[in-house]
Design a protein around this ligand. Structure first.
Ligand SMILES: [Fe+2]
Ligand SMILES: [Fe+2]
Length: 156
């Protein structure tokens, strides 16, 4: 439906992490479409579970990168990730328990954490990395050092 889409302003300057963010937006968008077109609970639950798995995988990738780069805000960032993981899990459990009234809240929550977390918390490591390794003038990407080993080893 393209209601929820990744935008350039969400770029954290690391291609792999940007791709993961894009995929999370795609999943939320898919979820919105499934909910508004009356897809079955089973289909919605599958998407929700995929969204949760991709979110966790993405958080681990970010934490690995922040660890590798000795980012000073790692602990606070990790705490925020944990809170989001817990909240997502609770929404999914409520949904699976038949709490249909949470549908709208769930979508609102998903899109809100995604945009707010990226634009505030993720931007902190982005700025830190940018200061350590300014963008390459030709590619517009962060230079391949020192975090390329982490970023390139993660799935997009
Ligand atoms: Fe992120
Ligand atoms: Fe994050």
């Amino acid at each position: 439906m393209d209601l929820y889409k990744w935008k350039q302003e969400y770029s954290v300057g690391v291609a792999t992490l940007n791709q993961q963010h894009q995929h999370l937006f795609e999943l939320v968008d898919q979820l919105q479409e499934f909910m508004t077109t009356g897809q079955s609970d089973a289909v919605i639950t599958t998407t929700l579970r995929e969204l949760m798995a991709c979110t966790r995988q993405h958080f681990l990738a970010e934490e690995a990168l922040m660890t590798e780069c000795s980012f000073p805000g790692l602990d606070a960032h990790r705490i925020e990730h944990k809170k989001i993981n817990r909240a997502v899990l609770k929404f999914i459990r409520d949904f699976e328990a038949g709490e249909k009234r949470f549908r709208v809240q769930l979508l609102d929550f998903m899109i809100d954490w995604l945009t707010t977390h990226i634009l505030t918390t993720d931007m902190l490591y982005s700025q830190f990395l940018l200061a350590k390794a300014p963008p390459d003038a030709h590619s517009g990407q962060l230079r391949q050092s020192p975090h390329s080993s982490v970023a390139s080893s993660r799935k997009g």
